[in-house]
Write a protein that binds this ligand. Sequence first.
Ligand SMILES: C[S@@+](CC[C@H](N)C(=O)[O-])C[C@H]1O[C@@H](n2cnc3c(N)ncnc32)[C@H](O)[C@@H]1O
Length: 262
Amino acid sequence: MADGGFDDGASFRLVAPGAPPRPQVGAAAFRLDRADAVEWLQTLSDASVSLAITDPAYESLEKHRAVGTTTRLKQSRASSNEWFQIFPNARFPALLTELYRVLARDSHLYLFCDQETMFVVKPMAEALGFKFWKALIWDKEQIGMGYHYRSRHELILFFEKGKRKLADLSVADVIRHPRIRGGYPAEKPVAVSEVLVRQSSSPGELVIDPFAGSGSVGVAATRLGRDFLGADLCAEAVAAAAARLGEAGARRDDSRYDAVRR
Ligand SMILES: C[S@@+](CC[C@H](N)C(=O)[O-])C[C@H]1O[C@@H](n2cnc3c(N)ncnc32)[C@H](O)[C@@H]1O
């Protein structure tokens, strides 16, 4: 498994202080690994996952970082690296191949990205067999930094493998929620992922995120009674996400993971 990509600057908030984790009997189970997304997916069995929601560290994030449209870590004394490792566009075919393989026969994939990455990912995913339905909009409700039509939204590509009905056909394709301030870099609101988890999985099913970051998808899955498996290259992100999932009431269960391994 590869090494993590950013420093340990203690400048971002991930876990509410105070209360210790209180896992409950019968609570949703989770497992988090420090691992490269593609290598980690390769350890999962075919068709073993009900839903994938992920937010890769795509190349053009570097541009958003340059104009300050997304959260950054403060530089720590320990390291000059203030940003997580980028996942190159050239690796998307391998990532999408693995996602398609591990997803159940009738299932959904949601991928957070910007418009530049959308044009890279969409044809690759379609070539592998995914049906592209549309790009959902996460409306952050407040304008961000930038120069040309300042950024207020992010895209969530909605793909389908086989046929799976959404839970609620009246849900709009714009999900409104303020951005997270002072959190993990590029952290997504749990409430946004909750919409996706509710729409595309049932209680007790398995949700995965191979670029888990602060664990926001996992927290959404936990709150809605789904099991969760996640990975991230960054050791600090994995530790913080695990603590956050415990805080949300999830139960660490490595045997749940073994059940979906080859
Ligand atoms: C945009 S962030 C995800 C943020 C997350 N959605 C959240 O709400 O906190 C992307 C994450 O991908 C991780 N990452 C970068 N390259 C990776 C790789 N090859 N495999 C796994 N994780 C990787 C980074 O460490 C970072 O935590």
